[in-house]
Design a protein around this ligand. Structure first.
Ligand code: ZN
Length: 119
């Protein structure tokens, strides 16, 4: 247990700055105090390791953004499917709908009743 200059138990945090990625340090638990206690726990990383980790973090962030974008598209598609089903039930007629979502094209055909519908 390490005490800081103001006699509190120092806490351990992790730096996420570009130059000190995932590097742990101990400091005063009182945020904004003038205690001044600060000590690195982990040694600094070499520049190559920093570049690799930064690249991996950026790649992860891009994937997370892609996932969020696909989830939004999926939710919108589900809403369209619900709207189409409602329309089909209300109209009670035959219709064929071409739906293109992303790179996938699907053809939906429904015949609720045996009515002719000129499209
Ligand atoms: Zn302190």
């Amino acid at each position: 247990m390490v005490l800081c200059s103001c006699s509190n138990v120092a806490i351990i945090k992790t730096s996420w700055t570009d130059q000190n990625l995932e590097r742990r340090f101990s400091c005063c638990p009182n945020v904004g105090s003038d205690c001044g206690t600060f000590r690195w726990i982990d040694p600094p990383m070499c520049q190559r390791s920093i570049e690799i980790i930064l690249g991996l973090l950026r790649a992860r962030n891009t994937l997370e953004e892609d996932i969020e974008e696909y989830l939004q598209m999926y939710r919108e598609q589900q809403e369209l499917v619900v709207q189409l089903r409602i329309y089909w039930v209300i109209s009670g007629s035959r219709m064929v709908v071409n739906v293109t979502i992303g790179e996938v094209e699907a053809v939906f055909g429904v015949c609720v009743e045996d009515k002719e519908l000129s499209v």
